[in-house]
Design a protein around this ligand. Sequence first.
Ligand code: TPP
Ligand code: MG
Length: 539
Amino acid sequence: MAIEQTQTVWAATYDLLRALQLTTIFGNPGSTEQPFLKNFPADFQYILGLQEAAVVAMADGFAQATRRPALVNLHTSAGTGNGMGNIMTAFLNKTPLIITAGQQTREMILCEPMLTNRDETMLPRPYVKWAYQPTRAQDVPGAVMRAYALALQPPAGPVYVSIPLDDWDKAALGPAAVRSVSTRFAPDGDRLREFAKRISASKRPALVFGAEIERSGGWDAGVALAEKLRAPVFHAPNTERPSFPEAHPLFQGMLPIAMGPLSDRLKGFDLAVVVGAPVFRYYPYIAGPVLPPGCELLQITNDPSDAAGALVGDSLLGDAKLTLEALLELVDDGSSRTPPKPLNLQRKQPESANSPLTASEVYAALSELRPENAIIVQESPSNMRDLATWWPTVKPASYYTFASGGLGWDAPAAVGVALAQKQSGTGRPVVAVIGDGSLQYSVQCLASAAQHKLKIIYIVPCNGEYAILKEFAVLENTPNVPALDLPTLDIVSTAKGFGCAATEARTRQEIQAAFSKALNADGPTVIAVPISRKLRPLI
Ligand SMILES: Cc1ncc(C[n+]2csc(CCOP(=O)(O)OP(=O)(O)O)c2C)c(N)n1
Ligand SMILES: [Mg+2]
């Protein structure tokens, strides 16, 4: 068949990407990628990031917001290295990213010319599900198909395919096989019934909801189960996606992020049912048992590694939505249980405003203008609790943050989330709340936001310091750590330099005026808000 014989690896791969609807490519080009990018097809869109950390996180945000895998193209070893922190984060976020990277020509790899990606499959490990360089040029499309299939299946995650630059013009074997794979699996029936029995028998169960619920589309099923059981619901510690409405009367806040306080918080419960989260994602070490005496634990997850890694309890493998829906049918009605007292959040403001404002005052001012359809992206370590107090998440797909704590993810992820809104025409604005320190790690994303005129409002609480690390220093008793102050940052100039509208806002009125203007702007705005430097306890 003449057509098949003359089709190149390049053409076969683009046809495959088209068939898989991977037509938005996030990247930063180099000479090892140009043979792939040449004659860039008109039905594809290339989203340029000026540094690969930004590229990877933009793709991650886009994949999460579209609930589809995303395609990334990195520049050989150096680009992979720059992207590595956010590849790690994508792995923990369980985001399906198909990462391709250029590689030197096969003709020369042996003598390691410039741009060689040495031990190319080792570099991204252990934070990819698969790393591969095809042994023959003809295997490139098949490797991309395999990468896609693996990235998508639970637990989803990034995969990495290194492609030598001379592969693209070689003759393909023919059109690539286009395959589909499943993205969820149902739990084992017997074990599910056993779990349902134990939940029904519990006098005082606590539900602990993690990001897999939101990702699986299980938000409503989670609410229905909690209401049927009349059980309090906690966010899993350090969860990256709220999976339960934070204004619901059964909502009890996020579990503490350290062992001792977490087990204290569960005192009095005889069963913790953790759905869609690790057991548990701690941050500082504060000694204590994993669970209080008398409390058992059940875990439901689609991730065998999280199931194996749980410190206590029994696990059931299954998709969060499918499992919650099945449990809803099987558990006994819990209307005899006493519902918990609703959270009593402190939403008081001082009689006269502080100067500079506290973060709490800033979020209070913003919340008055909160568009009902806004999406929050958050990387503001020392004041994220204030944000949650004033701007509770009440709907799915409305809040994103990272699962890793590796700074430099959220500012670019906001670009991907906003691009997804633009492509699908939702009109939803993205409000990215990013600390003045955090913004610096992949600040180049601001250029991508400006270039694509994305509806993002960056709120940058400026304390001129790494406040959370100062709070950590108190907790850990590590005085006199150097380098926790950031005295020279000029966020407004930085933002303008990348092409964004930018302004400083110091008072309630200035904040509200700037925010209103930004909501109506045709492109991103960065609002730098000086905030008080008063430290608070970390836990
Ligand atoms: C890539 C990376 N480098 C360093 C750190 C350590 N770190 C954790 S929080 C933090 C400070 C964040 O500062 P900022 O964004 O200004 O927030 P604030 O604590 O002031 O609210 C740092 C440096 C990290 N988490 N990730
Ligand atoms: Mg700061």
